[in-house]
Design a protein around this ligand. Structure first.
Ligand SMILES: Cc1cc2nc3c(=O)[nH]c(=O)nc-3n(C[C@H](O)[C@H](O)[C@H](O)COP(=O)(O)O)c2cc1C
Length: 355
């Protein structure tokens, strides 16, 4: 379904005059939300909305670090409620800024007599009603790291994704993600990492079944039922979902391994030479709009996993990573603050606070 905003133009361009200005919601890279009225919101062209941001304020900072925004328009008498989701770009100078300024409604521009503001242009990817009906959706969201992502945005939003859409993930994408993975630091640059990319449906099914067996040993069915903490319950529900669907939902399973020398044991150092690559993989997947999750419970069936995939004795497996387009959104992570987990100079002395 292509995006074509021309049918919204009259309504959105006249929103302020109609007394129903658009609302724009943003979030910082850390997920701190913000919301504001944007009286100058206009349909810029068939694919883009735009507005004049005279504030130089918090919202623009948000858009600079996290381009994901949603614009909300509601006109109850006309039974209109639209949510337009997209990616925002700030134009602090140049011809686009001039064009947006020239078309912004007078009441908004008059409040910025020195024209200190910036133009914000939003490429719309999805239009939904308030009730959740999809009106328009961009077929393939070309979310490329070059265009939109900085490292902090990827780091702060690469949450574990355990529910996947069935859409295929092209080989080139997987290749690109693995290329990012193997830029990671590793002991003596020996690059002993090996990755098995499993796409074959029958193998995925068997691998998924082995993961599920391992998962159920640690998390029997009653564990979820007995969990009362709502946050832990939410994480657990998603972990159970993944365990049930590991072999069917994600179109790609990546097994991250280390090849040891013969007759040497797996060491902590070996783990330190594969998990940085796994983290690079997770971030690269995030930057390309894919979801992933670091999992390890296949280790409870490692011998069977190795036999299934023909992995030799002197290779150890470290992580099984489902990869695919997310069915649940990326977003902010829940972490304790630095000050709670960091000491200055000596263990348990004053915690590290911002200076
Ligand atoms: C060493 C390690 C093992 C993990 N194993 C699993 C696993 O077997 N299954 C799973 O669903 N998630 C697993 N996770 C993901 C964690 O549950 C997840 O990172 C944590 O809950 C934080 O959630 P977030 O990444 O969404 O912020 C593992 C993470 C790590 C670092």
């Amino acid at each position: 379904m292509p995006i074509d905003l021309t049918e919204y133009k009259e309504v959105i361009d006249g929103a302020l005059a109609n007394g129903t200005p658009c609302v724009v919601a943003t979030a910082s890279a850390r997920g701190e939300p913000n919301i504001s009225l944007r009286g100058s919101t206009m349909v810029f062209d068939a694919q883009h909305l735009a507005y004049w941001d005279r504030a130089h304020g918090r919202q623009q900072e948000h858009v600079g670090e996290n381009p994901h925004v949603v614009v909300f328009y509601r006109d109850p008498p006309r039974r209109i409620s639209w949510r337009l989701y997209g990616q925002a770009t700030v134009h602090a100078g140049g011809p686009i800024r001039e064009q947006v300024m020239a078309r912004a409604v007078a009441p908004e521009l008059n409040r910025d007599p020195e024209r200190k503001g910036v133009a914000v242009v939003i490429r719309v990817d999805l239009v939904m009603t308030l009730g959740g009906q999809v009106l328009q959706r961009r077929e393939q969201q070309p979310e490329t790291p070059e265009r939109t992502f900085n490292i902090f945005e990827a780091v702060y939003t690469a949450r574990s994704i355990r529910r996947f859409r069935p859409d295929a993930v092209p080989d080139e994408m997987v290749h690109r993600i693995l290329e990012a993975a193997i830029q990671a630091p590793n002991g003596t640059n020996a690059q002993s990492w090996r990755f098995v990319v499993v796409r074959d449906p029958a193998l995925r099914r068997e691998l998924g079944a082995l993961y599920r067996q391992g998962f159920r040993e640690v998390y029997p069915a009653d564990r979820l039922a007995n969990e009362s903490d709502p946050n832990r319950r939410r994480v657990m529900r998603s972990a159970y979902h993944l365990a049930e669907h590991m072999g069917s939902e994600p179109p790609v399973l990546v097994l991250a391994c280390i090849e040891r020398g013969p007759n040497t044991a797996a060491t902590r150092g070996a783990g330190a030479s594969i998990y940085p690559a796994v983290q690079n993989l997770l971030l690269a997947a995030r930057a390309l709009g894919l979801g992933a999750c670091l999992t390890t419970l296949h280790l409870r069936r490692e011998a069977q996993v190795k036999a299934l995939l023909g992995i030799p004795e002197h290779v150890d497996t470290y992580a099984l990573i489902p990869l695919g387009y997310p069915a649940s959104p990326h977003g902010p992570l829940r972490r304790r603050p630095v000050a709670e987990v960091t000491y200055r100079d000596r263990w348990a002395s004053a915690s590290l606070q911002k200076q």
